[in-house]
Design a protein around this ligand. Structure first.
Ligand code: AMP
Length: 120
């Protein structure tokens, strides 16, 4: 998949669309999801142009990979999710239901998450 520089998260990174920032460093931006599905619903995105988890895992630098994982720990701390836990989701491509084609991880918490896959 070719990276689309007009996707909504690229616009957030360029400052063209506002966001509620939770944490930011040289490689990562974390912000509240605009349409939260849980009491806590944050998105963590790399500042680099990666389309999805597979692209990021294969092509990000060691520094970017480390920064992303450290950001998870930071968001968990800032949002007070350490004790009771949370769910991390990376919807990926069509079968994963990914809507925004800039790699992102959802961090969901604040109450018990529903079953991940509803069967039947
Ligand atoms: P996904 O379906 O995994 O691609 O998730 C995209 C997420 O981006 C959804 O949870 C949306 O609610 C969220 N979203 C879309 N536009 C914005 C925005 N402008 N600011 C924050 N979150 C957004």
């Amino acid at each position: 998949m070719t990276y689309d520089p007009d996707n909504i998260f690229a616009k957030i990174l360029r400052g063209e669309i506002p966001n509620t920032t939770v944490f930011e460093d040289d490689h990562v931006l974390c912000f509240d999801d605009l349409y939260p599905q849980m009491p806590v619903h944050c998105l963590i995105i790399p500042k680099g142009e990666y389309t999805d988890l597979s692209d990021f895992s294969a092509n990000a630098t060691a520094e970017e990979l480390t920064a992303f994982h450290r950001a998870i720990a930071k968001v968990v701390e800032v949002k007070g999710l350490s004790d009771d836990g949370y769910r991390a989701i990376c919807n990926t491509k069509i079968h994963g239901g990914q809507e925004v084609p800039h790699f992102h991880m959802h961090i969901l918490g604040g109450e018990k998450c529903p079953p991940m896959i509803v069967k039947g």
